[in-house]
Design a protein around this ligand. Structure first.
Ligand SMILES: [Zn+2]
Length: 153
């Protein structure tokens, strides 16, 4: 059973768009990557996989499984951000929904600061290295010049 899952599922950090929906100008997450009845492989949403997919397994197709980040990990990151900003962690908004265009399975954090405090926080610096012990996948950015957010993905 475990072996069968290994070939019919693949974990991804972000779901690609359905290629077939794209062709008709619709943006929709793909849930499958597989061969089609027409031949070529494609990323497909559930509906298109149902219509054009040839099944799951080696040589046929794989279900795309979003690799989510556990809340526990996100809360540890919030603690680090709070220490960095010098504020209680509870004052930092944390959400696991799709927010600010980040993918499902990610977390976002936001702290609304006054402009004087914000001036002390370097924006867009987290992509380079981890000078403040934040994981390298976390960065801070200024939003609308009055908030700070970090996206964990
Ligand atoms: Zn589709």
């Amino acid at each position: 059973m475990r072996r069968e899952q290994a070939v019919s599922e693949v974990e991804v950090g972000e779901l690609p768009d359905c290629d077939m929906c794209d062709q008709i100008g619709v943006t929709r997450d793909a849930e499958y990557d597989g061969a089609t009845v027409m031949g070529p492989w494609a990323n497909m949403c559930g509906e298109h996989f149902g219509r054009y997919g040839v099944g799951l397994g080696t040589g046929r197709g794989q279900r795309l499984v979003l690799r989510g980040i556990p809340r526990e990990t996100a809360e540890r990151v919030r603690e680090v951000i709070a220490r960095y900003l010098g504020v209680p962690a509870g004052e930092i908004f944390m959400a696991d929904h799709n927010h600010e265009g980040i993918s499902p399975g990610s977390w976002s954090f936001a702290y609304e600061a006054d402009t004087e405090r914000l001036a002390e926080v370097p924006g867009e610096t987290r992509r380079e290295g981890t000078p403040y012990q934040l994981p390298e996948t976390v960065w801070l950015e200024q939003i609308n010049s009055f908030a700070v957010a970090a996206h964990l993905r």
